[in-house]
Each structure stands twice: as structure tokens, then as C-alpha cells.
Design a protein around this ligand. Structure first.
Ligand code: NAP
Ligand code: ZN
Length: 364
């Protein structure tokens, strides 16, 4: 058993405290890691508020250590590929026994028998140190990325979703006549951290990108959107005119059924909608026969996308490295840095929050 200080909850009931706990290291762990930074997202807050019934404690524990977004330093290594001082990002999902899990794609698990650190049956990364198997970490080769690497985990979800998009888009000619996506419109519903990352990746692929929400955004977010060259539309004010020429790729980060349907009915022929956001408490919405007809007649695809595989973490790190040069403002996505014992941040978003992070004692 290892004694550590950790941010813990009791899943799925919820609650949050910074506490001294004992945790059994996994069999065959060959690394000891200390977190530098851990990110906080809607999933952590959903677990803490008790609104994610799928979350559960690891077997034999009456608590769950939170945290699935992190960047860590290696403090001990029994593996020749890693040395003390290396920077790594641990992966969230751990494989079960199904065929997809066994080929390195637990993100596409086909029987649900996988575990997710800090979410389902496996302790997370918000603790002063933890033992880890090196097969479940991705090295951060370029140390100059620094604390931006804490965005690797949320960004890897986006990388996978674009892989899903790419596969679906092959069923017909999707690109423009000049072979590029330039001029195609990608609309992202929501203006949170994931929406910003979706916007950046879509932009880098050549899409004309619009982020949208039902209310205006703060001046801070407006400036961020400008520096990322992303357009914003408050759809409560300006829906009909703004989306009159149609959407080619719709990404939803709101999980709101009524809003998803409203925007789905702006998709062009062969349009694709990637459903990413989840909100079990969202208001229900009605879908009519005319709505179904719209989707069928235009060959519209609605696809869910969850989590990502190790390969997507590598690609996410490539993006972060590139953006740290091409869009230095990317660091402003981190809007607040908190101490681990300041657990209020799990029940209330930080002021003007895009991404709030916890800084652990080991951060430079
Ligand atoms: P977030 O900051 O809470 O983002 C959600 C965004 O949706 C917010 O900007 C919110 O706006 C907006 N929104 C809510 N209802 C809306 C509506 N009716 N119309 C337009 N916008 C609306 O969370 P995040 O960290 O970016 O994550 C986004 C979503 O993805 C969450 O639902 C999260 O649980 C989910 N998620 C999914 C995966 C996956 O693998 N599929 C992985 C991570 C996260 P306001 O807050 O400004 O109202
Ligand atoms: Zn599986």
C-alpha cells in the first residue's frame, strides 16, 4: 500500500475531499509518477455532484481518486525507455478482454468491460504520486510544451472524433473540387474547452469554423476566438441568417437534444454530425417524421464518439507542439490554476473558465 494525499470522491454518490488515503499499486507497475498538473472537466464535476451513475469506486475501496487529465514527471523507472525526470501523460482507458480492447482500441470497447482512471473502477491521477505501467503512458518528448501538455487528454478526444469523421466522409466525395476542405463549414455547438479544441483542429484541416452558443460569450473568450481566428455566433439572436448556407460538419459539445436537432436540420447533403457532449439532465426533445425524412433524404450521418486510443494522444501532442509556436495564445486556454486542497473548484466553475487546472507541488 502507498499512502498519498489525493482528491477523492465516493462514486457514484459524489462529494469531494482532499484526503490522506492508502492505495494498492497495480501489479507489474514499472514507473512511479508525480503529477505536475491535472485538468478539471465536466466529467469530474458530474461525478462530484453524483449525476454520473456509470462512475464507480475501484473494487475493495470506498472511495475513488479523481483525475483523468494530467501531465506527470517520472520519479522512478524500472523500464529502460524512461528515466527520472521524463515528462509523460498517462492514458485514461485500460483495456478489458474484448477484441477491440485487445488490439489497442479500448476507446472502441465492444462489451463495456474496460476501466477509466478517475471515472470507472480505477483510481485517477489527482494524488501526490502513483505507480503506473509504462505501457499506459505517452512520453512528452518536447519539454518546452510545458503545462500545455495538460491539454493532451481533452485534445486526444478531438483527434479521435476527426478520425471518425474521416472514415464516414469517405462514403461520398466530401472535399471541394480542388481536393481540400477549404470553404466547407464546421459548426461546433458549445464554447467550452473541448469546443475550442474542436475549433482549432477543424481550422487546421481547412474548415471554415463557427463556434456557437445560446448566449454571448465573455470578452475574454471573444479575444481568444479572435486570436484563434474562429468565428462565434450567438444562435439565439442570429440562427436563420447565419446558418442559411448550411453546415457540412456539425460537432456537438452541449449534449442538448433540442439544440442538436435544430442544427442537424441545417446540415447539407452528405453532412456529418459528431455527438460528443453528454448531459443526462438535458431537457427532452421531440423528433418528428419530417425530421427523420430530412436526415434520410440527405444521407446525413449522426455518429457518437467517445474517448480515444494511445495513437491519438501522440497526435494531440504534435498539435500542441505546433500550436505552441503558431498560436502562442493557446496557453490562455488555461484560465485558472488551483491548489489540490481547494476542492471548491469541483462544484463551481472558475471565473471565465475555459480550462481550470490543479498545480501539484512538483510543478516547475
Ligand atoms: P463544458 O465546458 O461544460 O462545455 C459544454 C459547452 O456546451 C459549454 O460551453 C456550454 O455553454 C455549452 N452548452 C450547453 N448547452 C448548450 C446549448 N443548449 N446550446 C449551445 N451550447 C450549449 O465541457 P467540456 O469540458 O468542453 O466538454 C464538453 C462536453 O463533452 C461535456 O458534455 C463533457 O461531458 C463531454 N465529454 C465527452 C467526451 C467524450 O469522449 N465523448 C470526453 C470529454 C468530455 P455554457 O456553459 O456557456 O452555458
Ligand atoms: Zn473492451
Amino acid at each position: 500500500m502507498t499512502d498519498v494525499w489525493a482528491v477523492v470522491t465516493n462514486a457514484p454518490r459524489g462529494g469531494v475531499r482532499y484526503d490522506h488515503v492508502s492505495v494498492e499499486p497495480p501489479d507489474d507497475a514499472d514507473l512511479i509518477l508525480k503529477p505536475l498538473y491535472t485538468g478539471i472537466c465536466g466529467t469530474d464535476r458530474g461525478i462530484v455532484s453524483g449525476s454520473l451513475p456509470f462512475s464507480y469506486n475501484p473494487r475493495g475501496y470506498n472511495f475513488l481518486v479523481l483525475g483523468h487529465e494530467s501531465v506527470c514527471t517520472v520519479v522512478e523507472s524500472k523500464n529502460e525507455r524512461f528515466v527520472k525526470g521524463d515528462i509523460v501523460v498517462p492514458v485514461v482507458r485500460r483495456p478489458g478482454g474484448c477484441v477491440n480492447c485487445r488490439i489497442g482500441r479500448p476507446d472502441n470497447c465492444s462489451d463495456g468491460d474496460k476501466h477509466e482512471a478517475g471515472i470507472t473502477g480505477l483510481h485517477g491521477f489527482m494524488r501526490t504520486e502513483f505507480a503506473e505501467k509504462s505501457e499506459f503512458v505517452v512520453p512528452v518528448k518536447n519539454r518546452t510544451i510545458g503545462r500545455l501538455a495538460v491539454l493532451t487528454e481533452p485534445l486526444k478526444n478531438v483527434v479521435k472524433a476527426f478520425e471518425v469523421f474521416e472514415i464516414i466522409s469517405k462514403r461520398s466525395v466530401y472535399h471541394k473540387q480542388d481536393s481540400t476542405l477549404t470553404g466547407k463549414t464546421c459548426c461546433v455547438i458549445g464554447t467550452g474547452a473541448e469546443a475550442f479544441l474542436y475549433g482549432l483542429v477543424a481550422k487546421s484541416l481547412g474548415f471554415n469554423v463557427i463556434l456557437t452558443n445560446r448566449h454571448p460569450v465573455t470578452d475574454y473568450k471573444t479575444k481568444m476566438l479572435e486570436s484563434f481566428d474562429l468565428e462565434f455566433i450567438n444562435y439565439s439572436e442570429d440562427f436563420d441568417r447565419s446558418f442559411s448556407s448550411g453546415i457540412d460538419l456539425l460537432i456537438d459539445t452541449s449534449g442538448d437534444p433540442g439544440t442538436i436537432l435544430k442544427f442537424t436540420k441545417r446540415l447539407n447533403y452528405n453532412g456529418i454530425a459528431i455527438l460528443f457532449g453528454t448531459n443526462g439532465r438535458a431537457k427532452p426533445s421531440t423528433i418528428t417524421g419530417i425530421d427523420i425524412d430530412y436526415i434520410v433524404e440527405r444521407n446525413i450521418t449522426l455518429a457518437g464518439s467517445v474517448d480515444a486510443a494511445k495513437v491519438h494522444y501522440y497526435r494531440a501532442l504534435d498539435y500542441l507542439e505546433e500550436w505552441s509556436f503558431t498560436i502562442p495564445e493557446i496557453g490562455n486556454m488555461i484560465t485558472g490554476e488551483y491548489d489540490p486542497n481547494n476542492v471548491k473548484i469541483f462544484t463551481q466553475k472558475g471565473p471565465g473558465e475555459i480550462k481550470s487546472i490543479i498545480r501539484w507541488g512538483n510543478a516547475p
